[in-house]
Design a protein around this ligand. Structure first.
Ligand SMILES: [Zn+2]
Length: 155
């Protein structure tokens, strides 16, 4: 079987399994195996092209005002697809979409843009602690240090 066909079938299997009512452990086990196989088949170049085009998509919408950009559904969806669901500041796994924020590393109030390079995936708490601080100021802030030291349950 050629790789493209295998890839297509695995993707279908992934979606199919995602919709099955199974106990969560067997589901996770099957999904892990499918993901592993897909990882083996996907060439790094495929992946890079895919990410590059997603970054381009985000950057093409970056001239919107900050609030409109952050709530743009396409921007949010694409951003999560690239970044996953781990807060880049505290390392927590963010489970609820509501708790996921697109943070401007250099705050927009200080001239930071909506371009991908200036964006980080942050949990709501880190986002609210950071506000318009620089990264250095964030890392020194006592509130942030305390939050990082709290147990890292899924948030
Ligand atoms: Zn966080």
């Amino acid at each position: 079987m050629n790789d493209i066909l295998t890839k297509k079938l695995l993707k279908e299997a992934y979606t199919y399994c995602g919709n099955l009512v199974l106990n969560i452990d067997s589901k996770r086990e099957i999904l892990d195996k499918i993901c592993q196989k897909l990882d083996e088949l996907i060439e790094p170049t495929d992946l890079n092209n895919d990410i590059d085009s997603k970054i381009d998509l985000i950057n093409s919408r970056a001239n919107k005002p900050c609030y409109a950009f952050r709530s743009d559904k396409i921007v949010r969806k694409t951003f999560m697809e690239i970044k996953g669901n781990i807060c880049e500041y505290c390392g927590r796994t963010i489970k609820k979409e509501w708790n996921m924020c697109i943070d401007h590393i250099k705050a927009s109030s200080k001239g930071g843009t909506n371009k991908f390079d200036n964006l980080a995936l942050a949990c709501r708490r880190c986002n609210s602690i950071k506000k318009d601080r620089t990264l250095e100021e964030l890392w020194k802030s006592e509130k942030f240090i305390n939050w990082v030291l709290e147990p890292k349950d899924i948030y």
